[in-house]
Design a binder for this molecule. Structure first.
Ligand code: PPS
Length: 291
């Protein structure tokens, strides 16, 4: 059975999935707790990967404990709302303290209580070209999104910020600026690919945990792309096919840096680069598009 593919609805100018927009009041009033850890990302930037890493840290590297339930239960998605399923806020309200919270909200839409409670935050960013490609396949398989149309059409929408959660450029820039005044670890997908153990040590340090080599090794192994693709508690295959159809494109698709080269034409790449320079002007934030 096909669910609908409703159009996006703007919340304070940011295009949102219709059901999420309809539930916005609940999200805006969300009460964060001081020991909540926020995991924030633009979609398709390594959210599930960093979530699994953090849950492993919270469970002292016990892989069996990390298989107790699906990743979207262990790390509820704050703004998630689809009729007939508990919302992200409802799931979070039932969690014991030291909650892990996933969000894709741009920084200006984050509920005030996260700032008031001074919650720690981990932001993970990924280069725009690989995100655009990953998002295009995700739009097709996750049917709460509008039909993406052709790749060329989708790339135009992505560049202009006419996609769910809005502009990639504004998202990564907004959170980057906020890190200067807040307890935030800003990570890059490309760094994690290059040297996962180094990045895992950074996360441990940020969370005030000793970086024991045994723990780092256990986390690196459990959160490799191959392992996570096979892990039903991490790969989203427990979601009904009517919502996510892995036969169209698996959630755990390729997990590499530089796949955009297989998708962008030379003309698309030139157009994207020219626009990118405009939209990223004046920031010291920079990305590697290959490693
Ligand atoms: S979501 O829906 O926004 O929460 O998706 P998100 O988890 O942010 O992004 C999905 C992409 O991350 C890749 N992925 C990984 N890459 C490397 N290692 C690990 N362990 C890993 N887990 C997930 C996943 O394959 C998606 O990227 P693409 O490029 O589509 O393969």
């Amino acid at each position: 059975e096909e669910t609908q593919r409703p159009a996006l609805i703007p919340i304070r100018g940011v295009p949102m999935i219709k059901y999420f927009a309809e539930n916005w009041g609940e999200v805006e009033g969300f009460q964060a707790q001081p020991d909540d850890l926020l995991i924030s990302t633009y979609p398709k930037s390594g959210t599930t990967w960093i979530s699994e890493i953090v849950d492993m840290i919270y469970n002292d590297g016990d892989t069996e404990k990390c298989k107790r339930e699906a990743i979207y239960m262990r790390v509820p998605f704050l703004e998630f709302a689809v009729p007939g399923i508990p919302t992200g806020v409802e799931l979070l309200q039932k969690r014991p303290s030291r909650r892990l919270v996933k969000t894709h909200l741009p920084v200006q839409l984050l509920p005030e209580s996260f700032w008031e409670q001074d919650c720690k935050m981990i932001y993970m960013a990924r280069n725009a070209k690989d995100v655009a490609v990953s998002y295009y396949y995700f739009y097709q398989m996750a049917k709460v999104h509008p039909d993406p149309g052709s790749w060329d059409h989708f790339l135009d929408d992505f560049t202009a910020g006419r996609v769910s959660f809005g502009s990639w450029h504004q998202h990564v820039r907004g959170w980057w600026e906020k890190r200067r005044e807040h307890r935030m670890l800003y990570l890059f997908y490309e760094d994690m690919k290059e040297d996962p153990r180094r990045e895992i040590r950074k996360v441990l340090e940020f969370l005030g945990r000793p970086p024991s080599e045994g723990l780092v090794e256990a986390i690196a192994q459990h959160t490799s792309f191959t392992k996570m693709k096979q892990n039903f508690m991490a790969n989203y295959k427990t979601i009904p096919t009517s919502v996510m159809d892995h036969s169209i494109s698996p959630f755990m698709r390729k997990g590499v840096t530089g796949d955009w080269k297989n998708q962008f034409t030379v003309a698309q790449n030139e157009r994207f680069d020219a626009d990118y320079e405009r939209q990223m002007e004046g920031t010291d934030l920079s990305f590697r598009m290959e490693i």
